[in-house]
Design a protein around this ligand. Structure first.
Ligand code: NZQ
Ligand code: ZN
Length: 388
């Protein structure tokens, strides 16, 4: 087992009818002037917005509507200006991963004196040193952002999607209410299942390290998602199914799965570029890249692919056959959820995409990715070409 340090201070309040706990937790965190940040309006339609306002009568509440899917830097900067003008001391993020990630950025950018994009651009000496505290009310189980300290921010005019994070960006609390799943479009539920599944695979499909507990925990999430995935898309109002999806998604990226094991994350990093270029939903970019990446990196991942094929898909044959069949089973699972796995399924404008993405990684100097640092720019080009 590899050495590790584990830290996760986020308080999770899980279940339905818990909103009256919000004012208590806000007061515990010293909140007086609260920015209520949300997306394009799903929370108004569902009634959640009004329910929250009813709970927040003791606070000075400043609403900020409009954080879009793949949160945009320019939108978030408007919220930064508003927070400064209103002396906001706490932010409540109400939404999916995009709103929560957007709020992580806002919370770091408000006290930052320079151009916050420099921090995401990893310009030398540019770091967020302080952050406004924030909490979340999760409406879409997918990213795990409600229980981690990372965020991904989009800047369309530069065709860039950048990651940020650090210990200051753990939410103080997150309300995870499975009844929120009932209003989600099928497309977003399928996205959530695939994102959680892929977070687990990124921390599991590497090489064996003898961390038996972590492997079994990852397998528990994978097996649960395989069992409930298609059912929850058909019956999102089923509280038990929705609860299991929500808890799986939180667990898949709350930091536990990476304890003592190598991790990959190259599928995510390549996938982010597909979103930056084409606006393809995050989870769908993962479904496009992962099967091709596993084929390209087959030798290094074969032992874990075989274990995965046996334990999750009950596959039989030689170890090599099982490993190949496990990749096919994964792709078939994505298809069964209604998720296409080719770039050409999403855009006709794919000519040269493999060289464009290769150039991005070369420019950033990200030339050794994956658990063995074996994914170099020529591999990236080949993986993307195979995914067209
Ligand atoms: O904006 P509204 O009107 O709220 O609509 C949203 C949005 O259109 C809608 N929605 C959310 N909850 C709903 C709902 N509609 C009806 N009922 C509800 N209960 O769903 C749409 C998509 O929302 P979004 O937040 O974009 O989805 P998701 O949670 O999948 O987040 C994706 C973003 O998270 C990043 C991705 O890159 C992407 O930008 N990620 C963040 C990570 C992290 N911080 O740890 C890790 C992930 O790998 C990922 O990269
Ligand atoms: Zn993801």
């Amino acid at each position: 087992m590899l050495n590790f340090e584990y830290y996760n201070p986020t308080r999770i309040v899980f279940g339905q009818n818990q909103l009256e706990r919000i004012p208590i937790l806000l007061k515990e965190n010293g909140a007086k002037r609260v920015l209520l940040a949300y997306g394009q309006g799903s929370i108004i339609k569902s009634g959640l917005y009004q329910n929250l306002l009813d709970q927040l009568s003791d606070f000075h509440v400043v609403p900020f509507q409009g954080i879009e899917a793949n949160p945009e830097f320019t939108t978030l900067m408007k919220a930064v200006v508003l927070c400064r003008a209103e002396n906001i001391d706490f932010i409540l993020a109400v939404g999916g991963g995009s709103v929560i990630d957007g709020v992580k950025f806002i919370s770091g950018a408000v006290p930052y004196s320079g151009d916050p994009w420099d921090v995401l651009d990893t310009k030398e000496g540019c770091v967020f040193k302080d952050a406004i505290p924030f909490g979340t009310v999760l409406t879409l189980p997918a990213t795990g952002s409600e229980a981690n300290s990372g965020a991904v921010i989009n800047r369309s005019e530069l065709e860039q999607k950048r990651v940020m994070g650090g210990p200051m960006f753990f939410p103080k609390f997150s309300f995870c209410d499975p009844t929120q799943v009932a209003t989600l479009p099928k497309r977003q539920i399928a996205n959530g299942i695939v994102d959680a599944y892929m977070h687990t695979l990124e921390q599991y499909l590497t090489y064996p390290t003898g961390n038996l507990l972590q492997e079994r925990q990852a397998e528990a999430i994978l097996a649960t998602l395989v069992e409930i995935g298609p059912k929850v898309i058909e019956a999102p109002e089923n509280y038990e199914l929705a609860s299991n999806l929500m808890w799986c998604a939180t667990h898949a990226l709350n930091g536990v799965l990476r304890c003592g094991v190598p991790t990959d994350w190259a599928t995510h990093m390549i996938g982010h570029e597909l979103t930056a270029f084409y606006g393809i939903d995050h989870a769908r970019t993962l479904a496009i890249i992962a099967p091709r990446l596993y084929e390209a990196m087959f030798d290094g991942k074969q032992e874990k692919l075989t274990q995965y094929g046996k334990r999750i898909w009950n596959l039989t044959g030689t170890d090599i056959e099982i490993a190949h069949k496990a990749i096919q089973a994964t792709e078939t699972f994505f298809h069964a959820l209604g998720i296409d796995t080719r770039i050409s399924d999403y855009t006709e404008d794919y000519t040269g995409v493999e060289t464009r993405i290769r150039a991005v990684f070369e420019k950033r100097g990200w030339t050794a990715m994956g658990e063995r640092q074996a994914i170099d720019p020529s591999r990236i080009e080949a993986i993307v070409a195979a995914a067209i």
